[in-house]
Ligand binder design. Structure first.
Ligand code: PRP
Length: 213
């Protein structure tokens, strides 16, 4: 049996039908249960329900052989994992956003640029690459308010529908990356559980192909 780390939260809703299509339906609803481990009906996998930001750690340390992770989280935590499959759902963009009047001023601001983000590492790397010194404030959520109320010039955050930015009077200034759910695999398990992992990758790949319009 393979243990799969599965992030709770917004990805879980889209992950559940996808996993069912791949033949790994859980024995009970993953959104409703308070259990932290739930087996699949087929008995080939056990789901480990964890916070999105913790999923890579469980996989990297081998507690779970594999799991589903958002690319946004993988970029932030930089865990030593294999990433064999883009699952194609939970699509969003990692962006630099801020008030409209700061558009095109990004490179001309007197340094340091102040940035608020749930993804401080991504933010730091992005501005470093541009050669702009920046101070990054790590927030845990409601990041937009940082730029609205002047804590920061900009935010680095994910945008899905754009509604949160729009409703708070902010706009996208730069795109950093396109993100989606990925299959992440523990390096050692890739070799020690080769047969099971290969079967998992094949089944998930078929579900990805089947979901394409
Ligand atoms: C995420 C993200 C944005 C919002 C973007 O927050 O940090 O705030 O979703 O989605 P949208 O473009 O569809 O509006 P989340 O909903 O995870 O809540 P949080 O602020 O509590 O982290």
């Amino acid at each position: 049996m393979l243990r799969l780390a599965l992030p709770t939260g917004r990805m879980l809703k889209q992950a559940t039908p996808f996993l069912e299509a791949a033949g790994y339906a859980p024995v009970e609803s993953l959104s409703d249960t308070r259990k932290l481990t739930v087996p699949s009906k087929c008995g080939r996998v056990e789901y480990l329900l964890v916070k999105p930001v913790d999923a890579p750690l469980y996989i990297e340390q081998g507690v779970a052989e594999a799991g589903l992770c958002g690319k946004d989280v993988l970029m932030e935590v930089d865990a030593d994992l294999l990433e064999p499959l883009d699952l194609g759902f939970s699509k969003c963009r990692m962006v630099v956003a801020g008030k409209p009047e700061l558009e095109r001023k990004l490179d001309n601001l007197l340094s340091p640029v102040r940035v608020a983000s749930k993804f401080p590492r991504v933010a730091q790397n992005h501005f470093r690459k541009k050669g702009l010194p920046c101070t990054v404030f790590k927030l845990s959520g409601s990041v937009e308010i940082g730029a609205v109320l002047g804590l920061s010039h900009y935010i680095v955050d994910i945008v899905e529908t754009g509604t949160t930015l729009r409703e708070n009077g902010l706009v996208v200034h730069e795109e950093i990356a396109e993100c989606s759910a990925r299959l992440a695999v523990n390096r050692a398990a890739w070799y020690t559980k080769l047969v099971e992992i290969r079967e998992l990758v094949d089944n998930l790949r078929q579900a990805v192909e089947g979901a394409k319009p």
